[in-house]
Design a protein around this ligand. Structure first.
Ligand code: FAD
Length: 451
């Protein structure tokens, strides 16, 4: 289901290209696909970008914060034209129990001026802008067209795609799969081992309408400044987390829920969001917000451990199609990983085409490029963090322990003297049923990942 709102001037439907041969076919005009197509077109490679939606972004949703530093080389001074909502100048992490909230809040005015850090943006606006850049560079965009199969030659090398259009086959030298989570193309090529539902979360989001002045007053921001709040707890016992992001005159409020945990109980995702919105720490922020849209999408949450083979014969896989979304507690970043991997795939493809070898061997430079960039470096470093963040202890025991410790530190129990932090911590650890051994192990895992 799409993010909101629709752009004023969505791209019109367009006919099949007259010459159904391109050097590269890119499947999916999300951030990965559009960045891949831009790089290829600028290198003089003929490229067809196929999107199933009526315009790029029409089928896409996410939480709402993008980190576009990776665009510095592709679109210098992107901040002058990228359709953003607000520049994120405040980041908060909240730990919720049923009636407590512990918040770490950071703000920096450095993030409100060029070259900025993160921004909130609507997917239809952003994806539409990225795809228009690919078209301006010379890529051919074909919308309202779903890739339904791969065509392979006698050697088993991908040499075209089938689409749902009449006479819709397109021949090519190679394909880049940027078709998002649960990639049909990567699965069809046999690059994924069996998919495990425990590797996915379901992200659900409400877009709430509130006036610009109310948002700025409640979140203590001015002009185009914005806020990113990540939340641990508040998901009614379902392992996952929540978020609140500010747009100009809407809020994005959502939860990400571990699939097996969600399936194991009867509460519906919209009830979980309603519960989150009623929390005493959240309710004053969202009060009066009119629900403009409800959307949902899967997230490949398990990082490195669920990635498919990234290279096939005549095929590369990028972005969510390759499970490159980084979901590591304090970070939920997928768009920058998608853009970077799309660009790396395109550079590799352009070189392979020039060299006349698009076999798996000829495309081996893709993984090398990703290994030497943040894409796989971050995933490797943080490989244990998604499992830690979604573990029962982090989800159910630590939030209560932390909130109780903070409550007692700030509680004045006169005539009793202050008990001291070590005593409070030891008592609350025992009360939460946390074994010292487990705490040490989780602390070590966290330090190795985040440290
Ligand atoms: C609830 C939620 C919150 C998130 N929050 C954030 C966030 O705040 N910040 C962040 O950076 N990331 C966030 N993410 C992750 C982010 O959305 C993804 O990592 C990112 O969109 C991946 O980009 P992509 O181009 O690889 O895939 P997608 O954006 O999924 O694009 C894939 C494209 O392929 C098209 N397509 C699919 N199949 C076919 C086919 N067979 N034929 C033709 N076209 C096809 C689709 O229509 C789509 O346009 C969030 C995700 C969710 C679900």
């Amino acid at each position: 289901m799409p993010d909101s709102p629709m752009p004023d001037n969505p791209m019109p439907d367009n006919p099949m290209p007259e010459t159904p041969f391109f050097e590269v076919v890119v499947v999916g005009a999300g951030p990965a696909g559009s960045c891949a197509a831009t790089v290829l077109a600028r290198r003089g490679v003929s490229v067809l970008l196929i999107e199933r939606g009526p315009f790029p972004g029409s089928k896409n949703m996410y939480g709402g914060v993008v980190y576009p530093r990776i665009l510095d080389s592709l679109h210098p001074e992107w901040w002058e034209e990228m359709p953003i909502q607000r520049w994120v100048t405040r980041r908060s992490t909240m730990v919720l129990t049923e009636n407590q909230a512990v918040t770490i809040d950071f703000r920096s005015q450095n993030w409100g001026v060029p070259p900025y850090n993160g921004a909130t943006a609507y997917r239809p606006d952003m994806d539409h802008w990225l795809a228009s850049k690919a078209e301006a560079a010379g890529a051919r965009l074909l919308t309202s067209t779903t890739v339904t199969g791969l065509i392979t030659d006698a050697r088993g090398q991908v040499c075209g795609v089938r689409t749902d259009r009449p006479d819709g086959d397109v021949a090519c030298r190679m394909v880049i799969a940027c078709d998002g989570v649960n990639s049909f193309v990567a699965k069809e090529a046999g690059l994924y081992p069996d998919l495990n539902p425990a590797n996915f979360t379901l992200g659900v989001k409400e877009t709430l309408g509130l006036s610009r002045s109310v948002i700025e007053e409640r979140f203590a921001v001015r002009d185009r400044e914005g806020v990113d709040i990540e939340i641990l707890g508040g998901t009614q016992g379902v392992n996952g987390g929540g978020f609140i992001y500010t747009n100009l005159d809407t809020l994005a409020v959502g939860v990400v829920l571990k699939l097996p945990a969600l399936a194991a109980q009867k509460t519906r995702p919209e009830e979980i969001i309603a519960h989150l919105k009623s929390h005493p720490g959240i309710a004053p922020l969202v009060e009066g917000g009119e629900i403009l849209e409800y959307s949902a999408h899967l997230i490949p949450e398990a990082g490195r451990s669920m990635m498919p083979q990234l290279t096939g014969e005549g095929l590369l896989v990028a972005g969510d199609a390759a499970a490159m979304c980084l979901a590591a507690g304090i970070w939920l970043e997928g768009v920058n990983f998608a853009m970077a991997s799309g660009m790396a795939a395109a550079e590799t493809a352009a070189e392979a085409i020039t060299a006349g070898d698009v076999s798996k061997r000829g495309l081996a430079g893709y993984e090398k490029r990703l290994n030497s960039s943040f894409v796989l470096a971050d995933h490797d470093k943080l490989s244990r963090i998604p499992g830690l963040v979604l573990s029962d202890r982090v989800q159910h025991q630590y939030p209560q322990m932390i909130a109780n410790v903070v409550e007692r530190v700030f509680r004045v129990d006169n005539p009793q003297p202050k008990p001291g932090l070590r005593k409070i911590f030891a008592e609350e650890r025992k009360r939460a049923g946390v074994r010292l051994r487990d705490l040490a192990r989780d602390g070590w895992t966290g330090m190795r990942g985040f440290g």
